[in-house]
Design a binder for this molecule. Sequence first.
Ligand code: IMP
Length: 195
Amino acid sequence: MSSCQPLPNRPRYCLRQLEGVLLTQEQIEARVAALGEEITRDYADRSVTVLGVLNGVVVFLADLLRHLDLPCRLDFVTLCSYGDCAESNGEVSLVKEPALPIAGECVLVVEDIVDTGRTLAWLVEWLRPQAEEVRVCCLLDKPSRRVTPVGLDYVGFEIPDHFVVGYGLDFAQAYRNLPYVAVLKPETYQVVGGE
Ligand code: IMP
C-alpha cells in the first residue's frame, strides 16, 4: 500500500495481518498536541464536560486530555451499534449513560473514528436537547464512507477508506495497544468477519 510506511518490530504477534503503518507515533503525538491547543484556545477558559465514547477512545483521550488547559470534567458513554462487520446500520443503543449531569453543560464528545457517521449522529441527537452546547472531536475521519452527515469540530486526521487498528482502535478486540495506527489487511476482516 503506497500510503503506508513499513511496520516496526512491534507487535511481535499478528504482524502478518497488518499492511503497514498509516500514522506513526510521532505524527499522532504532534497532531494530538495541536488539537489540544486549538480546543484550549476555542473554549477560552469555559468549563467543558469531556465525554469519551468507549472503548476505542481511551488512548487518544488520555493523551488529548493532558493537552487541554481548561477547567474540565471527564465522563464516558458506551454505545452499542448494530450491523454487520462492514458497517453500522444506524441502530444504536446506550449501554452506559454519562454518570455526570449533562443538562446545561458544554459537552465535548471525543470519538476514535467516524466512519458512516451513524453512531456519532445518534449520540449528538441524544445530547443536544439536554446540553447547552455539543461539539465533537475525533482522531480519525473517513469522509468517503459517510452515510449520515455529522458536524465534526475537531479532526485529527482525514484518512482513506481502510480498516485501521491501533492507538485504541481494534479489530475483534485486538491491536488496541499498538502505539501507531496501522492498516489491517482486507483479507483479515473479509475472511474472519468483525464484531
Ligand atoms: P460509524 O457509526 O459507522 O461511524 O461507526 C463508528 C464506529 O465503528 C467507531 O467508533 C469504531 O468503533 C468502528 N469503526 C469504524 N471504522 C473503523 C476502523 O477502521 N477501525 C476500527 N474501528 C472502526
